[in-house]
Design a binder for this molecule. Structure first.
Ligand code: NI
Length: 194
């Protein structure tokens, strides 16, 4: 086991389309996942994709902590999930705008439009095909992580760069907004990175 170095925005590995994993049960993938788990635990985020640790393969780990989900019953906290070769399918055209942060873009956050309701499937480390539906924050986290496998970071999805800023400045603005002053955008403070 090892804590791996996290690639930051600007490193070319973050902008490649990652390779499909031919054999998800390969011990090489199990070792990679062990190292990713240790790295995520050390970095304190909620999700990590293999390209973020300089491995251009379609592997993701993530979880949705208690308290981040919305009231929608399909936006649920989720235990740690290990996904190989994940695929997303939007289940409606509806989108929503909310804050994101990323371990590869440290110190910054921005508002990104994402599909509100998705289905996603993946292969487990045991080689089993799994599938889930997700809404809200859960759906957002999966879309953010899967973007890493296609060489996309969240700023590349942004349309309003006035929402792109340092976490401490932006959170201050959100606090002002709650008191009726700051800039109008959305509801909650971004604490976890992905
Ligand atoms: Ni990220």
């Amino acid at each position: 086991m090892a804590i791996l170095k996290i690639a930051r925005m600007g490193h070319p590995v973050l902008h490649q389309v990652a390779e499909n994993v031919d054999d998800p049960t390969d011990v090489e993938i199990a070792v990679l996942v062990e190292d990713m788990l240790e790295t995520l635990d050390d970095a304190g985020g909620i999700g990590l994709a293999a390209p973020q640790v300089h491995v251009s393969k379609r592997v993701i780990i993530f979880f949705v902590p208690q308290g981040r989900e919305s009231e929608d019953e399909e936006d649920m906290p989720t235990d740690l999930t290990i996904m190989v070769n994940p695929i997303i399918e939007p289940l409606s055209d509806e989108t929503n705008l909310d804050w994101e942060a990323c371990l590869s873009v440290p110190g910054l956050m921005g508002a990104v439009e994402r599909f509100s309701h998705i289905k996603y499937s993946w292969t487990s480390l045991e080689g089993k095909l799994e599938e889930r539906e997700a809404k809200g924050f859960h759906a957002r986290a999966v879309q953010h992580e899967c973007d890493h496998l296609d060489g996309k970071l969240y700023p590349m999805r942004m349309t309003d760069f006035t929402t792109f800023g340092f976490v401490e400045e932006t959170n201050r603005n959100i606090a002002l907004m709650r008191k009726g002053h700051g800039r109008e955008i959305d509801d909650h403070v971004m604490e976890e990175a992905q």
